[in-house]
Ligand binder design. Structure first.
Ligand code: AMP
Ligand code: MG
Length: 388
């Protein structure tokens, strides 16, 4: 994707397209970590020590005097350390004798409670790398580095087309017989948003060649097309036939996986086209497994896949050899123990709730058969969930 330069607050969730170098040191100057008194440590050999109070330095104000021998300067957290100061004595270690004299009861180490300039980052040091996703702390570091406008990858426009004569769209009207509400359209729109893309739609196509062709034609304005349903072998699964008639280059169709066996992928020109099976879990899981990494790669993200984590199965799982399974799981850390993962119950691909209650996918390789309780498996966290 091309680069665009935006005000920083418009870039949340996007992928950085430049290295961020600290304009100044972070922090830019030595400053106090406490509200207290800037002192010379040699003045505190005998305790308690009474020091002359030579004014104050609030945060944001440059010091205009140095700490003289036998004296101290009141200083606030974040205020610049004055010349001559060797440490800050926290206010809790002192008593005020009067407006001109402070009694110090404890001696700090040299350098105590002074936060050094450039402790977090040196001037011109790279603090965020190109390819990083902009999260709240990344935003904070970008701001601390002194950037107002930043270069990010333009988010890909993702056309979402759901297919099926059974889809009932006017949700203000009761559901007619034999119809269902569209779950995949809104589900995919939010998955695109989570991935940092710009969703277009969802548009709906009937199980009709002309209708599907019209919607795909509109989708050609986008950078990526995601179609749900109509990619299997049923009489009314017309998506592939339509695609073939408009210059689609097929890369693969049907994957040895569950859910999502009938998945289709190819290109129209330079535009990736994903045909996701219509069952809601197939659509959502295939999006996570294939579409999300593709969108992140298009934006130049350094990390496109979720981390792979080892966990132990909390109970046995029934599985035959032959297909790679993405099982919806709920992983939980045991107190002082391993990460245990349970399936979220029945796993057929029409049960969206199996995904709703999951915080990860359990990856069971093709050859795995009936893995038993306690067996080690690989899980990948779902980006919207937390493993607790
Ligand atoms: P298909 O891939 O078109 O054969 O659809 C497979 C199953 O998914 C069928 O039971 C469809 O009714 C269901 N389905 C397809 N599209 C959607 C959708 N947008 N929302 C909910 N269910 C759907
Ligand atoms: Mg269908």
């Amino acid at each position: 994707m091309p680069t665009e330069e935006l005000p920083r607050l418009m870039t949340f969730g996007q992928i950085l397209h430049e290295d961020i170098l600290a304009r100044e040191g972070i922090p830019p100057f030595d400053n106090s970590a406490m509200d207290g008194f800037a002192v010379r440590v040699d003045d505190l050999v005998q305790l308690p020590a009474d020091l002359r109070l030579d004014g104050e330095i609030p945060a944001g104000k440059a010091p205009n005097a140095e700490v003289e021998s036998g004296a101290c300067i009141r200083i606030m957290t974040g205020a610049q350390i004055p010349p001559g100061a060797e440490a800050v004595v926290p206010v809790e270690w002192t008593t005020e004798i009067n407006q001109e004299r402070i009694r110090i009861h404890r001696k700090p180490e040299a350098g105590a409670y002074i936060r050094r300039a450039a402790q977090d980052a040196a001037k011109h040091e790279t603090v965020v790398k190109r390819g990083t996703r902009i999260t709240p702390p990344v935003m904070g570091v970008i701001a601390a580095a002194g950037y107002h406008r930043i270069k990010v990858a333009k988010p890909p426009d993702v056309a979402i087309i759901v297919t099926g004569d059974e889809l009932h769209l006017d949700v203000s009207k009761p559901l007619p017989p034999a119809r269902i509400y569209d779950a995949n359209g809104p589900g995919l729109v939010t998955q695109v948003l989570e991935a940092g893309g710009t969703p277009l739609g969802p548009e709906v196509a009937r199980d009709d060649g002309g209708d599907i062709e019209f919607e795909i034609g509109r989708g050609l304005e986008a950078d990526v097309i995601v179609i749900s349903g109509g990619v299997s072998v049923g009489k009314y699964d017309l998506v592939q036939e339509v695609l073939d008639s408009i210059g689609f280059e097929k890369y693969f169709w049907r994957v040895r996986q569950r859910p999502g066996g009938p998945m289709l992928f190819g290109m129209i020109g330079t535009r990736p086209v994903f045909g996701l099976p219509g069952n809601p879990v197939s659509s959502a899981v295939c999006f996570q497994q294939y579409v999300r990494p593709a969108l992140l790669a298009m934006m130049g993200a350094a990390e496109i896949h979720p981390p792979q984590i080892k966990a132990k199965l909390g109970s046995s799982v029934r599985k035959e050899a032959g297909l790679h399974h993405f099982v919806r799981g709920k992983a939980q850390w045991q107190e002082n123990g391993p990460l245990i993962v349970h399936t979220t119950g029945p796993q057929t691909s029409n049960l969206y709730s199996s995904l709703q209650h999951a915080n990860c996918l359990i990856h069971l390789e093709e050859e795995v058969v009936n893995p038993s309780e306690g067996e080690e498996v690989i899980i990948t966290p779902l980006p919207w969930a937390v493993i607790g």
